[in-house]
Ligand binder design. Sequence first.
Ligand SMILES: C=CC1=C(C)c2cc3[nH]c(cc4nc(cc5[nH]c(cc1n2)c(C)c5CCC(=O)O)C(CCC(=O)O)=C4C)c(C)c3C=C
Ligand SMILES: [Fe+2]
Ligand SMILES: [Fe+2]
Length: 357
Amino acid sequence: MRYRNSDSFRHEQADKIGVLVTNLGTPDAPTKPALKRYLREFLSDPRVVEAPRWLWWLVLNMVILNFRPARSAHAYKTVWTERGSPLLFHTEDQVKGLRQALAAQWGDDLVVDFAMRYGNPSIDSVVNRMLDQGVRKILVLPLYPQYCASTTASTFDALSRCLQQRRWMPEVRFVTQYHDDKGYIQALADSVQAHWQAHGRAERLLFSYHGIPQRYLDNGDPYHCQCLKTSRLVAESLGLDKGQYLTTFQSRFGREEWLKPYTDETLKALPAEGVKSVQVICPGFSADCLETIEEIGVENRDYFLEAGGESYQYISALNAEPGHIQALATLISKNLEGWQVSDADERKQRADAHSKQ
Ligand SMILES: C=CC1=C(C)c2cc3[nH]c(cc4nc(cc5[nH]c(cc1n2)c(C)c5CCC(=O)O)C(CCC(=O)O)=C4C)c(C)c3C=C
Ligand SMILES: [Fe+2]
Ligand SMILES: [Fe+2]
């Protein structure tokens, strides 16, 4: 059979609404085999590495997957917790918070769940489970505030691949970005204010975002502009002048030029320019993960201090903080506007009307 079927149609069945929150995904364990599986899936995605397929297949299989899994497994071991990967448990907590925040308004017929673009739980498995539960409308919220084809569009690709297999596809809404959403900006500004209250202010606030190849920007990806705008809006909300904050890009991969300025090079250079204290925030990461905890929290701290910096603080991601959950719940509610869950009476009326036909 070519298509995945639904149960035979019944007029009285529930029309549930699904909210699917997604993130990038993470390995199942901090081990070489788990990393090999994860990196193979991630780096085989043509949205992530835009290169001639045959050439990239050779580089990936002959070089990268022979060396990187061991190195990455070592890094993941340093951030791994009893609850597993930070990215996974923060996402679980976010979804728990969102279920609570949305339950009062929507009740049981709103199904809130999460999936990962790579690894587990997969988008395919969670969407199929939702549809089998009677979900007829799905709102997808990738937790990437800034649109990027490598992340956002890739998530849409995975969703679309799943729906291509289904006989009865749902109505779909897909949030492509929320980089200038009022609640999101406010949650970031509040988190910086709370950090300042506890630790005082540094000479510079550095906004660091995951990088992408410069070529993707040249080809029209709006990611770079959206990152700069998020930084500006947060800085304005905090009353910072242009000279008091910076935007940089981290996590380079491979040899080609990525978005500049690079976070590591900036932090190595700042002390020589007289900047001895920095606070770093990563607004593009809605949850702490390897790239924030290890790369920003440890590696870049060392660069700054070794270059003569005196004070380096990382302001953690918004994770499942109440202000973040509130902002996301509001964003979800806004995007659900006009969609209603059918109540039991309405379903019965529908079934009665049908039986009279
Ligand atoms: C090869 C190119 C990569 C692109 C392009 C890229 C874009 C991109 N990534 C994120 C968010 C995350 N990336 C994370 C890890 C990670 N990213 C890459 C490569 C590219 N990312 C690799 C190889 C890895 C794995 C770690 C490693 O081996 O170094 C993570 C962390 C996941 C975790 O498990 O903690 C996140 C989150 C964004 C937002 C983005 C483009 C905008
Ligand atoms: Fe990445
Ligand atoms: Fe730009």
